[in-house]
Write a protein that binds this ligand. Sequence first.
Ligand code: C2E
Ligand code: MG
Ligand code: MG
Ligand code: MG
Length: 285
Amino acid sequence: EAKQRGRNGFRFYTQDLNARTFRHFELENELGQAIANDQLRLHYQPKIDLDSGRIIGAEALIRWQHPTLGLLPPSHFIELAEDMTLIEEIGEWVLRQVCRDLQSLRLAEDELPRIAINVSARQLRQPDLAGTFHRIIREAGIPPRCIELELTETAIMDDPQGAARVFQRLRHAGMSLAVDDFGTGHASLVQLKQIPADTLKIDRSFVKDLDQGEEHSQIVRAIILMAHTLGLDVIAEGVETERQAEILQQLDCHTAQGFYFSHPVAFDALRGLLRDRVQLPAATA
Ligand code: C2E
Ligand code: MG
Ligand code: MG
Ligand code: MG
């Protein structure tokens, strides 16, 4: 009996595994065609100046509009793209799309917002990432200071020297750089000093518990202090409540992002927010 069940269990397991392997294989094929088939989308999440509520920029976040599975978040396909070395092509698509969206605002150069793009560890190893990115924005006529790159602290720790080298070049070309998910990657102060970044982005995991009492705000206080000591800007991600925003201001962090202000939105919606100079969180009717 038990043996029978075991065998059946095993059979079901293999069937399930086969189905998943097949699904994965299909996704791989489809992802290879996603750019050509115009299925990639960017959503933009505003970055807010906490003192005024004004939008100071936005972060581009990729999605895949899959024909049958719907709108897929990056967690469903970025790793796959990295394994397939498609990430380089996707990264360039993201930058080109950001440039097109910025151009479509038809604003004077000095009125353009700064848009952040996420790059993964694998993209850092792309030969001449800085040169490629610089060429793309130059051809689009977008000023380099409108482009910010976000790289996670963990990705930096993968190859601190490589990261420093690429950061140096990107910075030399006029782009700015942020260390994403800061606090989770265990960079030492020495390593941090060697990375020519402009901004530390406090990871959501620390922001989440900010309103849960004094002991939870200590780490955030320390990160903010460290950023200021190193002469870096600081921004908090994942702010979901008014209280969290207030505490951040009290701790001397004046820039934030999170669902409390705005979820990531399509570019047309961002354009509207920018045009109407909306202060966030917008009062809901
Ligand atoms: P990230 O750069 O740390 O982006 C923040 C993620 O948290 C986004 O998820 C965003 O939608 C979500 N988020 C923002 N505010 C809140 C909040 O208040 N509460 C909660 N619970 N979540 C919030 P998303 O869009 O699914 O992106 C996940 C990750 O995928 C990003 O983390 C980034 O590392 C990566 N990613 C996104 N776009 C790209 C891309 O174009 N290229 C590469 N290489 N990676 C990307
Ligand atoms: Mg990011
Ligand atoms: Mg982040
Ligand atoms: Mg994060």
